[in-house]
Design a protein around this ligand. Structure first.
Ligand code: CO
Length: 299
């Protein structure tokens, strides 16, 4: 008998919350600084997008990280960065920077808008397992041109930021949680099903247009009788958290829909989290902040 694919039910839709971060950046937080089990191994997703430079130019000046990886994906404007290892550079539109903080890094991240003042980027935090919390810090920089783009017959475009999709492997490797991070554009009115390995936690984050992420085939062109009717559309800035299953289905609205689709194997470890440092125990957290105070954090 053939294996029947099971569509992941939508557990909930959440609108990203306006949040003030860094030295005064107005951004939207899709999730973060709350219960971590639903998103494990991911901790946080920020959407920093504005056409007003005063919303982002203050940036994220020098701050530490330990115990996590941060993944910055830029769509408009650039993010200039520098760190305690002496690295310096700019993340341009379409580029991805994957930073493994490991035992410690101190860096700054300064968004600079494009010529018309536009800035748009995402930052995702992935947790490191206990065995790798104190690993050597490292960067993987991926330029836009190196990101594989898969275009399907129906016009769906998938940019493969990380992981594997349709037999194609993205350029970032050696990431503890083996995440899959896709940027998916589905044309207006099209219905698309995408595989997501069973057992992973998965979420989508809509950032253009709107689409309905469905549990099962809706009765098409049938009058809505209140039973099995259309799923609510996930609009711009909506986080969609999925339940178990091995694929997700979305039906794009009139303007099409573009979203991030991210999944990873849960670590299932205790989380002790304060600000930019995420460890397994309170003692490890105290040690990190003590080291920051006495100047031995990077030693
Ligand atoms: Co940072």
């Amino acid at each position: 008998m053939l294996h029947k694919m099971s569509i992941r039910p939508v557990r909930r839709l959440v609108t990203a919350k306006p949040t003030l971060e860094g030295a005064g950046v107005r951004l939207r937080r899709a999730f973060g600084f709350g219960a971590t089990a639903d998103f494990d191994p991911f901790l946080l997703l920020d959407d920093f997008r504005s056409e007003r430079p005063e919303d982002y130019l203050r940036g994220f000046p020098w701050h530490p990280h330990r115990g996590i990886e941060t993944i910055t994906y830029v769509l408009a404007g650039t993010v200039e960065h520098g760190d305690s290892l002496g690295n310096k550079g700019a993340i341009a539109p379409g580029d991805v920077q994957w930073m493994t903080a490991g035992r410690g890094i101190i860096h700054q991240e300064m968004p600079k808008g494009d010529a018309s003042g536009r800035m748009h980027g995402f930052q995702l935090w992935a947790n490191l397992p206990a065995a790798l919390k104190m690993t050597d810090p490292r960067y993987q920089e991926v330029k836009a041109a190196e990101i594989p783009v898969v275009t399907d017959d129906d016009g769906t475009v998938v940019r493969l930021v990380c992981g594997e999709f349709g037999g194609v492997r993205g350029p970032v490797d050696g990431i503890a949680a083996d995440p899959t991070y896709l940027d998916v554009s589905v044309p207006a009115g099209k219905r698309k099903t995408l595989k997501v390995a069973t057992g992973r936690n998965a979420f989508a984050y809509v950032f253009e247009g709107a689409g309905a992420f469905r549990d099962a085939s809706p009765p098409r062109a049938a009058p809505t009788d209140g039973v099995g009717g259309p799923a609510p559309a996930a609009e711009n800035r909506t986080l969609v958290l999925f339940d178990r299953g091995d694929e997700v289905t979305v039906e794009a609205g009139e303007e099409g829909v573009r979203f991030l689709l991210v999944s990873g194997e849960p670590l299932k470890e205790p989380v002790a989290w304060h600000g930019p440092i995420v460890m397994n125990t309170e003692a490890e957290l105290r040690r990190a902040f003590r080291e920051l105070e006495d100047g031995t954090f990077l030693a």
